[in-house]
Write a protein that binds this ligand. Structure first.
Ligand code: COA
Ligand code: AMP
Length: 633
């Protein structure tokens, strides 16, 4: 007998139009589509062409119309500041339509871009939804990025307005955002017309008259704005992600397909209904925040949670359990690193015993592979299903998961289980041929991708094709390598590009190398991702100095560490770097980063056949030992 997953999967493969048209019935459309899947411009596919809709209407207004107005839409809990508050759907509708009025008064209309550079406060969601209400396009930039990264995004997205706050708050320090924002605007060629700043009591922002507008003052006098109908294929947001040095990579999300897919996942993957409390402990700056702090739960009529804190230290390793009990949370979604942090501080999970977490139905983990130890620990302490699910900024929702709303599969540790309906996942060798079950290769997804995935990169169809579609014609290249076993379980083993995953944050080692090589004393450099017990991976830098440099090595290392923090941001967590005389290379001059990584991780490696000078490797080993890696660990 087939289970519901098998039926859904089969239908999504054999009749994608019918499958997604049925899912689309859950969305309220201003105008129905002419075509479900439009392949007229393949390989650039579009979903629901001809349809018109508004994402904010479906996430907010429709719930008020359907009688959910008094239900909480957003819970805000900030153990860092001690603030807590709740916003009902009625209140959210009022706030969002007024903030849309504020933006409209600053000239924002359909298709205009608005950058949102915010901490984890509900005003971030209000701003995102207000932009969507106007048919404009938001681009949220994670608060842990420095001015330079923000400037790159300003230049690419060319926002009319930037919405920000006076500060973000990290344990032990207040990060004044306004100087970072001012710095970014100064650095960028494109200048927005205005900024709107949420004043927080922990820091005051200096506002320039006629350019910087205070959020509360403007809200008080705002004229509420109505939802603007847009094409289903119009962009809802741009989310910049790592992966290409030099060129910004702005993942585009459309309105119609995105709503259909996310709403479908809420029931079928996460198994939640309208009225349930759903908590993704991430940040609005990441895709998890877009899909599962803001849009997914609100489209489903759930209550979503804005948590401004950390899994440990705010104030302790019991905060997640306190949240679950206090707000009756049904689903928790976070990164494995958060559970590793809790386990480190409270290995016996003693805090868990202090709270009633019986309301929790399942834990979902993503952002990096869930290592079997963390999986086991989470299963043991929670005694609830723990779902590792694999996805990317580009895909917007899970490619592989244990889809609890359809069927609960037995878990294989280290595997995010099976392809979700809509995803034809295959493993190919370098020549593009399928590899046998159990053998490692490049993981690809057959085109067309399901709705809600990236239709292109912002303003750059060519880069989209070059990065994702050309390596394996007919497929989307995920840049992940892995295997599919005989039972159809997928395992993700490694990235095939320069991306590393640090505490679930996606970072480019190439981007860090660019910063290191800008130091005047650095001749050559390499950055690798070394295994880290807490964060999964940590960047480690190697620099070769120019001939004749006499400055102390420690001084140079401190300078490059500071440069990465200033240019990319604290989130890069770049703290370990060593000076070496030379880097191991192939005879053709390619730096052997993989071998260096294996040495750092104390893993066995094969001496690369093409290595130019094998005698360098012991030098790398020794250098790594001085910073606590390699055989010294
Ligand atoms: N604004 C400014 N700075 C930020 C920031 C933000 N929004 N978020 C993080 N940072 C800073 C941190 O303060 C830290 O700075 P430091 O070097 O001065 O200590 C640095 O960026 C690295 O941050 P992070 O990687 O988050 O590590 P952490 O030490 O703050 O927290 C854990 C580590 C253990 C708590 C981590 O496991 C965790 O849970 N991180 C969040 C996981 C997550 O949400 N991932 C998103 C994908 S789902
Ligand atoms: P991001 O775009 O930040 O979500 O990062 C996407 C990348 O993180 C993927 O391409 C994977 O390399 C990795 N990743 C995310 N979730 C998982 C997971 N559940 N298992 C393995 N790798 C993951």
């Amino acid at each position: 007998m087939t289970n519901r997953y098998e039926e859904a999967y089969k239908e999504s493969m054999e009749n994608p139009d019918g499958f997604w048209a049925k899912a689309a019935e859950d969305i309220k459309w201003d105008k129905k589509w002419d075509k479900v899947l439009d392949d007229s411009n393949a390989p650039l596919y579009r979903w629901f062409t001809g349809a018109e809709c508004n994402t904010c209407y479906n996430a907010v207004d429709r719930h008020v119309e359907d009688g959910r107005g008094d239900q909480d839409a957003i819970i805000y809990d900030s153990p860092i500041t001690g603030h807590k508050s709740k916003i009902t759907y009625n209140q959210l509708q009022d706030k969002v339509s007024r903030f849309a009025g504020v933006l409209k008064a600053r000239g924002v209309g359909k298709g205009d871009r608005v950058i949102i550079y915010m901490p984890m406060i509900p005003e971030a969601a209000i701003a995102m939804l207000a932009v969507a209400r106007l048919g404009a396009v938001h681009s949220v930039v994670f608060g842990g990025f420095a001015s330079n990264e923000l400037a790159v995004r300003i230049n690419d997205a060319k926002p009319k307005v930037i919405v920000s706050a006076s500060c973000g708050i990290e344990p032990g320090r207040v990060i004044a955002y306004k100087p970072l924002l001012d710095g970014a605007i100064e650095l960028s060629e494109h200048k927005p017309d205005a900024t709107v700043i949420v004043a927080r009591e922990e820091a005051k922002a200096e506002l320039k008259d006629g350019y910087d507008f205070d959020y509360e003052t403007e809200m008080a006098k705002a004229e509420p704005a109505a939802c603007v109908s847009v094409a289903a294929t119009d962009p809802l947001y741009i989310l910049y992600t790592s992966g290409t040095t030099g060129q910004p990579k702005g993942v585009v999300r459309d309105n119609g397909g995105h709503m259909v897919a996310l709403k479908w996942t809420m029931k079928n993957i996460y198994n939640v209904e309208a009225g349930d409390v759903y908590w993704a402990a991430s940040d609005v700056g990441w895709v998890v925040g877009h899909s599962y702090i803001v849009y997914g739960p609100l489209l489903q009529g759930c209550t979503t949670v804005f948590f401004e804190g950390k899994p440990v230290g705010t104030p302790d390793a019991g905060v997640f359990w306190r949240m679950i009990e206090e707000y009756n949370i049904r689903v928790l979604f976070t990164a494995p690193t958060a559970f590793r942090a809790i386990k480190r501080d409270d290995p016996k999970a003693e805090f868990l015993g202090k709270y009633d977490t019986s309301c929790l139905k399942a834990l979902y983990l993503a952002g990096e592979r869930t290592d079997p130890d963390t999986l086991q620990w989470a299963q043991d302490i929670l005694k609830k299903p723990v779902v590792d699910h694999w996805w990317q900024t580009e895909t917007g929702w899970a490619i592989c998961a244990n889809p609890l709303g359809l069927h609960e599969f037995p878990v294989k540790p280290g595997s995010p289980t099976k392809p979700v309906p809509g995803w034809d996942v295959q493993v190919l060798d370098d020549a593009g041929h399928p590899v046998p079950a159990g053998q490692i290769g490049a993981i690809v997804c057959k085109l067309p991708l399901p709705p809600g995935t990236l239709p292109t990169l912002w303003g750059n169809d060519d880069l989209y094709k070059a990065k994702y579609l050309e390596e394996f014609p007919g497929f989307y290249a995920t840049a992940d390598a892995g295997v599919i076993d005989e039972d159809g379980y997928v395992s993700i083993m490694a990235r095939t590009d320069d991306i590393i995953n640090v505490a679930g944050h996606r970072l480019s080692t190439g981007g860090m190398e660019e910063v290191l090589s800008a130091h005047p004393d650095v001749a050559e450099c390499a950055v690798i991702g070394a295994d880290d017990k807490l964060k999964g991976q940590m960047p480690v830098g190697f620099i070769v100095l120019k001939a004749g440099v006499e400055k102390k090595h420690d001084e140079i290392v401190n300078e490059v560490v500071k440069m990465v923090r200033d240019k990319i941001g604290a989130v890069a967590a770049f703290k370990k770097c060593v000076v070496v005389d030379r880097l191991p290379k192939t005879r053709s001059g390619k730096i052997l980063r993989g071998t260096m990584q294996a040495i750092a991780d104390c893993k066995d490696y094969k001496m690369p056949a093409t290595i130019d000078d094998p005698t360098i490797l012991p030098e790398i080993d020794e250098a790594l030992q001085t910073i606590g890696y390699s055989s010294a660990r």
